[in-house]
Design a protein around this ligand. Sequence first.
Ligand code: ADP
Length: 269
Amino acid sequence: LLETLADQAAVAIERTALVADIEAARVAGERDRLRTALLSSLSHDLRTPLVSIMGSASALVNYQDTLSDDAERELALTIQDEAERLNRFVQNLLDMTKLGAGALKPRIDWADFRDIVGGALERAKRLIGQRKVRIDLSDDFPLLCVDSVLMEQVVFNLIDNACKYTPPGSAITVWGRPRRDKVVVEICDQGPGIPEADREQVFDMFYRVKAQDAQIAGTGLGLAICRGLVEAHGGTIAAEPGINDCGTCIVITLPLLVEPELLGAEEKV
Ligand code: ADP
């Protein structure tokens, strides 16, 4: 009788543990769903006033007659810069939320990488300032099967970093070549580089290199998003030292043919 009771108790304990596990998973799942929904609606809500602030600031800057002196113009430029910075942060937050929820699936189509780089450079024009950007894509660089909106976001984030972490006069190179069944793209700068010990972790969410942390504003989301977006295309992304061991080179590979399971799904968030 005691043995039967002990067996039954053991079964009851196992079942209770299982129920507790299921309940914990349900609570965690519900928490994730709520967090995703909250972040998503917060990002959407933040973007509406931001777009209007950016529009108003840009109107102020562009219609010079409305500004009576240089100090006013400087203030309007600050509003424009900071609103754009906040907008980039909100965009990154939104992308991260979608990636985390598995809701960001590429809408793949044929795309010319030159147009993608052109779009990203146009958006980054004010960040680039006086820097020289050299585009070195070989003549045989093929059309790609990518979501051009998402890929432009990747190139934009990398150009943004190349500008943020390098001195104003330095050059940025966008290099690309085909290699058998894939293409290799590199975005290189002449800045301080990423220490070897940090080169893998910089792709983790919220990770920032200690030495730069205090001096340059950032969130540690940009590279994590780049990795998520590139991997969603079946590609890879890594940080390497730049030319002659100087600066940073972010190396991306993208397959020329996309796996069927990566295609077709629509964005859900
Ligand atoms: P953020 O730039 O917002 O901090 P990222 O995820 O884009 O976030 O980058 C993570 C960290 O990697 C940065 O904080 C910085 O320390 C380092 N990093 C990224 N790009 C560069 C670069 N081009 N040169 C030097 N360090 C870089």
